[in-house]
Ligand binder design. Structure first.
Ligand SMILES: [Zn+2]
Length: 284
């Protein structure tokens, strides 16, 4: 499932592929009605002729601002969320559609941007006037660790009120936008904090360590995506669960020796129906 780093790569790719370009043609998959709001036909009509001005990322959300086509009018916003299996890929005009292609935007440079989403938990929403701050789901998001940094003082105050285990608390997008299952496990490993501890039991120094670890883990992941070529040219997003080599220190490594203390094996447990990976020896 895409987390902040995967969506950041998608934003960089979309920016490079689409910014400054006009949408010449649009097409959608009739089976993908649930992805679109308003209905796909209206979405496609509004996008036709529009020019992409800006692509931003907030948490796991892609926010596109467009200038509408011939008839003009106020700016048009697009909120794209990749859900569990969504990806944006660039194809040449004549390339056959990939399976699970839900939306296709033909650009004025002859390229085609395809939104592919096997399980269709993704969302593609028009936002009138590009007023993203008026979309409740977006307005509710906490700070974005990459765009806004992680303020240890604020994080401490928020965690102090949370009864949940720290790993589960970190998945709340209202706390920090963009942290998912992988980044939560990785950041807690880096901060040497046991994921099972109640969030409110963390001391100030521990929260400071965690804040630093969150940034470090995100930046490390972005660098490793860059290394495998996910960030650039025609490349696709690489999902770790699929076919890319696992760049993580504990995530997906149950049974392997802890890379830090080497005194125990990495353990997998389930918290709130999601896998957590940690070292029982050096995460306290
Ligand atoms: Zn260890």
């Amino acid at each position: 499932m895409p987390e902040l780093p995967e969506v950041e790569i998608a934003a960089r790719n979309l920016r490079r592929w689409a910014a400054g370009h006009r949408v010449r043609g649009t097409e959608s998959d009739p089976r993908a009605a649930r992805v679109f709001r308003p209905a796909a036909a209206r979405v496609l009509a509004r996008l036709r002729g529009a020019r992409v001005d800006e692509v931003r990322r907030v948490g796991k959300n892609l926010l596109l601002t467009l200038t509408p086509g011939r008839r003009g009018g106020p700016k048009l916003g697009v909120w794209s969320h990749l859900g569990m299996t969504g990806q944006w890929v660039r194809r040449r005009a004549g390339d056959p559609p990939l399976p699970a292609r839900r939306l296709s935007l033909a650009l004025d440079d002859g390229a085609r941007l395809d939104y592919v989403d096997m399980r269709m938990f993704g969302r593609f929403r028009l936002v009138p006037g590009a007023r993203f701050d008026q979309v409740p789901d977006l307005a509710a998001l906490g700070p974005d660790p990459l765009n806004d940094g992680v303020d240890p003082g604020r994080l401490f105050e928020r965690l102090k009120r949370a009864r949940l285990p720290i790993k589960v608390a970190l998945l709340d997008q209202k706390l920090l936008a963009g942290i998912g299952n992988i980044q939560a496990s990785e950041a807690l490993f880096r901060a040497r904090i046991d994921p099972r501890r109640p969030a409110r039991s963390l001391s100030r120094p521990e929260v400071r360590r965690l804040a630093t670890a969150i940034r470090a883990s995100l930046e490390f992941t972005l660098r490793s995506f860059a290394k495998i070529g996910a960030d650039g040219g025609d490349a696709d997003i690489a999902y770790v669960e699929e076919n890319a080599p696992n760049p993580f220190r504990v995530y997906g490594r149950a049974g392997a020796r802890c890379p830090r203390c080497k005194a125990a094996d990495v353990v997998r447990i389930v918290q709130a129906q999601r896998s957590t990976f940690f070292c029982p020896s050096c995460q306290k």
